[in-house]
Design a protein around this ligand. Structure first.
Ligand SMILES: [Zn+2]
Length: 178
């Protein structure tokens, strides 16, 4: 891992059913590590498992976080075509978006105003989580302890980071009425 890399602010991540299908990542039983990169640098990593009718978004250690249902429609040319179902509103869609975290929703849900109490809570917690990330010299879930940091300090920060992340996720899920 290279040091001194500044954490990137992620504006929006896209997950496209077309790309997943094209790259053969919709086969049931799959454990997928999906990476977003620009100019060869990975700026976000998402892990998910693939079931018959769902993707399960997982943590870095493959613990399930939440499901994105898959649905299929028949094609006029024969065969079927897969779609996501937006975890927030249930609409069928081909592309899901996430802002600042890995909570994917359709474009409309993603563009909802972020003024509710739960959402402002979620953003506050995410900002706190990012502060801890900076202390950790964070390079994503596969990152290692900075050499200058004591093991106990590192563990404490990792736990705090997970706690903020988890609480942010709960607030986000409430805001989106999941
Ligand atoms: Zn939606």
């Amino acid at each position: 891992m290279k040091k001194n890399r500044k954490p990137l602010t992620i504006e929006r991540l896209e997950l496209s059913i077309y790309r997943l299908r094209r790259d053969g990542f919709l086969k049931p039983g799959g454990f997928i590590t999906w990476r977003w990169s620009t100019k060869g640098k990975v700026y976000a990593t998402l892990r998910f498992t693939v079931g018959e009718d769902r993707l399960t978004i997982c943590t870095a250690s493959w613990k399930p976080k939440y499901d994105i249902a898959l649905t299929r429609t028949n094609c006029t040319t024969g065969g079927t075509r897969p779609w996501f179902k937006c975890p927030a509103c249930g609409r069928r869609c081909a592309i899901l978006y996430a802002k600042h975290d890995f909570h994917f929703t359709c474009r409309e849900c993603c563009d909802l105003s972020y003024e509710s109490k739960n959402l402002s809570d979620a953003w506050r917690l995410l900002r706190q989580s990012q502060k801890v990330q900076r202390k950790l010299d964070w390079h994503g879930p596969d990152g290692e302890r900075p050499k200058w940091m004591h093991e106990t300090t590192y563990q404490r920060l990792v736990e705090r980071h997970e706690d903020y992340d988890r609480r942010a996720m709960v607030a986000m899920a409430k805001a989106l009425k999941l």
